[in-house]
Design a protein around this ligand. Sequence first.
Ligand code: ZN
Length: 283
Amino acid sequence: MTVIADLARPLFFERNVTLSHGLRTKSAFDLALYPAMGRRDVGVLIATVIGVVEFIDGEEQYEYEVYKKKFPDLVAPASQFFNPAFPRKWGAGEKQVFISEGNAIVSRVWSGRHILTPSNDMTEMKKIHVQVDCHLKQGWGLHSHWNVAVKKYPPFYKTRSFVRAGTAGAIDNGEVNLNMIDIYPEDLGGPTKFVTIAHEFGHVLGMRDEYLEGTVPADVPWFVSDTASIMNRGNVVRPRHYVLFATWLDKAFRNGTLLRGLTPGWRVGEFPPFTTVANAGIG
Ligand SMILES: [Zn+2]
């Protein structure tokens, strides 16, 4: 079911939201709550992430040297790296594909996965849907949250994509470092295929890593066996990945006018067991 936000009637809106849990990750995006079109009991929470993309061309010799250092027993000749079938310069079409696919993947994977519900009758809004709108774009605008650098590596060149948080867009943007191939699904041994850009934008939304790095948890230790999870090796957004949105609703409703003398307690799920920031285990 598609629920459409009534954009003419915003209830709450905040720019440069920072919803962090744990120490490593700082989110940065805008959040706005709207009623669904024609409804008072259903809402749509829209998270808007704006990233300014810089496309970085590959540097042939440098890449080959770095690769040789990393893998001393490399047998592939330099000629394979300097394959004319894989030009190191970004083409205009390739940039367009990266931006449109990246926006589509992040928005699709992170939107509409779970419903947020209130724990009491504090509001007539009984269900809130979540919509994540990713806006990767080229060129500076007045308002953005992340600087997204996308390097063009050859397909066989394994790189490490990562997110470094800034100050939530208020003063300086965080950094997202990606590879051209990050919009394509990869099999990392989980039951669902992993798409790097969708995972990295999980960090942008405030989530931490859940996978095992060798035998050691890379970050939070409680979900290392949940390899289907998007913050692990798969592509599934779990209820725990929506609890930070619930914490923002708590704050918005506490400060808002929709209260009926009750303490707000937004949670993820329509039926028990509900997921809350207290039991999500993401910290
Ligand atoms: Zn990660």
